[in-house]
Design a binder for this molecule. Structure first.
Ligand SMILES: C[S@@+](CC[C@H](N)C(=O)[O-])C[C@H]1O[C@@H](n2cnc3c(N)ncnc32)[C@H](O)[C@@H]1O
Length: 333
């Protein structure tokens, strides 16, 4: 049970109820706004997790393969670096199915490194699946999974035990934030780090715009289904009547800013009623809902972000096709 401050009243709610209320408030705000928006972080329920796993297996979605290659190639070095100060907590923000992390976990467990793995994800389903699969794959591994959003969990991280921390954020999750939000995110991480701690984070790199465009607009339409899951969730959880098939996915990558943006676009005019929110909203033909950004980076931009956040780059790891990089950060001295 947790405390939720609402206007002047204090209400006692479960974590799940608070999360649901935040989702509902977000939908109200996003659909009343002009232009409309909805955050991609709410795509991830059981179905959303499953669709994201399908995306990771798509030939166009190079990110997973590239980061897998980095971790697999450098796992020996990463083990040594992470273990610099002895026993530690390995905290993963937005862990998902942990496909790439498992390579690292196996390396650590096999070499009898003393650590606890703490995966954090907004999706309870992702945490449950990951924890269960690790019980079978690595029975000796100590796992303490936790459902929650990055920011909420980061606030609590400071009170975790005082062992050295290695915080990992894979899959370019940071790319879903614009630069000011990314700086805020990095500062929050830095604030829970001490001098001996590491941050290991994936940043997808600027590259041929077509490669990026195709990664987020696949030929099989899986990304479209993934984004539409947000509307399915609203229909299911808030008694809405979005005509989901009338919303098409559109991806647009701007090579100048390095920002890929995804939208759902109404291909027919419609009125959508969401009974639980007592909300009616109209869509003109071709009206958009902005769902997600996927920011692409280069070394200069990552260095600038680090500088602004009180971090410094210790080491850069790159995949063999030079598509993706993971950066190892420490607190700036
Ligand atoms: C793009 S997936 C990447 C998963 C994994 N890091 C990887 O590299 O394969 C993003 C993951 O972060 C989770 N997520 C998205 N927004 C989040 C938030 N604000 N707080 C916590 N988890 C979040 C999603 O549920 C999903 O599992």
């Amino acid at each position: 049970m947790a405390i939720y401050e609402f206007e002047t009243r204090t209400i006692y709610m479960t974590k799940q109820e608070i999360f649901q209320l935040e989702f509902e408030n977000h939908v109200t705000e996003g659909l009343k706004a002009f232009p409309k928006f909805l955050s991609s972080k709410y795509i991830y329920d059981d179905r959303g997790d499953e669709l994201f796993q399908q995306i990771m297996a798509l030939p166009e979605y190079y990110l997973t393969e590239a980061e897998y290659n980095i971790i697999d190639t450098h796992k020996d070095n990463l083990r040594k670096v992470f273990n610099t100060h002895g026993a530690f907590d390995l905290i993963e923000l937005g862990a998902g199915d942990g496909k790439k992390t498992k390579v690292l976990l196996k390396e650590l467990v096999t070499n009898k490194v003393d650590f606890t793995y703490i995966p954090i994800d907004i999706s309870q389903h992702a945490i449950d699946d990951l924890t269960n699969s690790l019980t079978t794959l690595l029975p000796d591994l100590e796992v303490q999974g936790e459902q929650g959003t990055y920011f909420k969990v980061l606030e609590r991280l400071a009170t975790y035990n005082k062992r050295p921390k290695v915080i990992i954020v894979l899959g370019s999750n940071i790319g879903n934030l614009d630069h000011p939000q990314a700086i805020d995110f990095l500062i929050k991480i830095k604030d829970v780090m001490s001098d001996q701690d590491f941050l290991f984070m994936g940043f997808d790199q600027k590259k041929d715009p077509l490669t990026i465009q195709h990664a987020y607009a696949d030929s099989q339409g899986v990304t479209q289904e993934f984004n539409r899951n947000l509307l399915h969730r609203i229909n299911k959880e808030m008694d809405g009547d979005f005509p989901v098939n009338n919303f098409e996915h559109w991806e647009s990558y701007d090579p100048e800013t390095g920002t890929a943006k995804s939208y759902l676009i109404a291909t027919e005019p419609c009125v959508v009623e969401i009974k639980k929110l007592q909300l009616k909203t109209t869509f003109k033909k071709w009206e958009t809902i902005h769902c997600e950004i996927s920011q692409k980076y280069d070394d200069d931009t990552v260095e600038w972000l680090a500088n602004k956040s009180g971090l410094e780059i210790e080491k850069i790891y790159e995949d063999h096709q030079k598509l993706f990089k993971d950066y190892l950060f420490k607190i700036k001295k």
